[in-house]
Write a protein that binds this ligand. Structure first.
Ligand SMILES: Cc1cc2nc3c(=O)[nH]c(=O)nc-3n(C[C@H](O)[C@H](O)[C@H](O)COP(=O)(O)OP(=O)(O)OC[C@H]3O[C@@H](n4cnc5c(N)ncnc54)[C@H](O)[C@@H]3O)c2cc1C
Length: 261
C-alpha cells in the first residue's frame, strides 16, 4: 500500500507568538524558530503505526513550503517515514488554503496513493480546509476526526470522534483521512532513526514539475486577501473575590448577573 502523510513546518508554538508582518500581512518566518507542526507529529505517528501493521507498504511524507521545510521532513524520516517530497517554489509564497490543496493533490496524483493522512487543522493558519481540498481535487472520499484507523481489504474504517464518544465510519480506498489532535502519541526519533534518515530518499518538486501555472497559486492566485491587521484587545483584569464569609454568595450573584447560572 502507498500511504502519504501531509505535514507542515510552522513557527514553534512553544517559543513564538506568531506575528503577521504589517507590510506583507503574512506570517513572519525569519528569525523565528520553525518546527514540524506538533499536530502533524501525532498524525505521522498514526501513519507509521498503520504502515507497520499492514506491512509491505511505503510511507511518503509530503510538504509544500519554503526550502527551510526540509528540516520538518527530515524529522518525519527520522521518526520512521520511508521517503520525503518537498514542493517548493518562490511563486508559492502567500498561497491560500485552496492553492495549497491544489499543489499537494498534484504531487500526490503524480505518484498515486491508496491513503492520504492529514491533521484536522494546522497550528498556524488552522483553516482546516486543506485536507478537504485535497480530497476534492483528487475526487476522493474523506474520513475526518479519526482517533483510530484500520484497513480491511479495500476499505478504511475509522473511529470518528463525536461529542459523546465515537462512531465507526468507513469508505472505499483510495481516501483522505484526518487524524483528531492528540489521538496518537508522537513517536520520538531514535539516534538510529536520525542517522538513518540521511540515507532515505528525499526529492524536491517545483510548480513546473507539477504542471501548475504560477497564476493559480501564491499571492497571484489567492482567493482571499488580508485587508488589515489589528491588535487583539488586552484582556480586562479579572475580578478577585476575597472570602470574608460571603464569597460563595458573591460568586453566585456574579454568575447569575452574567446568566451563567
Ligand atoms: C494566520 C493565518 C491565517 C490564514 N487564513 C487563511 C484563510 O482564512 N483562508 C485561506 O485560504 N488561507 C489562509 N491562510 C493561509 C493558509 O494558512 C495557507 O494556505 C496554508 O498553507 C494552508 O492552510 P492551513 O494552515 O490553514 O491548513 P489546515 O487546513 O488547517 O491544515 C490541516 C492539515 O493539512 C495539511 N497541510 C496544510 N498545509 C500544508 C502544507 N503547506 N504542506 C503539507 N501539508 C499541509 C497538514 O496535515 C495540516 O495539519 C492563513 C495563514 C495564516 C498564517
Amino acid at each position: 500500500m502507498k500511504i502519504f502523510v501531509c505535514i507542515k513546518q510552522v513557527p514553534d508554538p512553544n517559543t513564538t507568538v506568531s506575528k503577521l508582518d504589517p507590510n506583507t500581512r503574512r506570517l513572519m518566518r525569519s528569525g523565528v524558530s520553525l518546527v514540524l507542526d506538533p499536530g502533524d507529529e501525532s498524525t505521522i505517528s498514526a501513519a507509521i503505526k498503520l504502515r507497520d501493521t499492514l506491512g509491505n507498504s511505503e510511507l511518503v511524507a509530503l510538504s509544500m513550503g519554503p526550502t527551510s521545510a526540509q528540516e520538518a521532513l527530515r524529522r518525519c524520516l527520522a521518526m520512521g517515514a520511508d521517503r520525503a517530497i518537498l514542493v517548493t517554489d518562490p511563486a508559492l509564497a502567500g498561497s491560500d488554503a485552496i492553492a495549497t490543496a491544489r499543489v499537494l493533490a498534484a504531487a500526490i496524483q503524480k505518484e498515486g496513493a491508496d491513503l492520504i493522512f492529514c491533521s484536522t487543522e494546522s497550528t498556524d493558519g488552522y483553516t482546516g480546509m486543506v485536507p478537504g481540498g485535497i480530497a476534492e481535487f483528487l475526487g476522493l472520499p474523506q474520513l475526518t476526526f479519526a482517533r483510530d484507523i484500520t484497513i480491511e481489504g479495500s476499505k478504511a474504517i475509522i473511529k470518528r470522534v463525536i461529542p459523546t464518544g465515537y462512531k465507526v465510519v468507513e469508505c472505499p480506498l483510495p481516501a483522505v483521512v484526518t487524524i483528531a489532535s492528540g489521538s496518537y502519541e508522537a513517536i520520538y526519533p531514535t539516534m538510529k532513526g536520525i542517522m538513518g534518515a540521511r540515507k532515505k530518499p528525499f526529492s524536491q518538486l517545483s510548480l513546473s514539475d507539477l504542471g501548475i501555472e504560477t497564476g493559480q497559486v501564491g499571492e497571484a492566485g489567492a482567493r482571499e486577501q488580508i485587508l488589515a491587521i489589528g491588535q487583539a484587545e488586552a484582556r480586562a483584569a479579572g475580578q478577585v473575590v476575597k472570602d470574608d464569609g460571603n464569597a460563595a454568595q458573591n460568586i453566585a450573584d456574579f454568575l447569575q448577573r452574567y446568566q451563567l447560572l
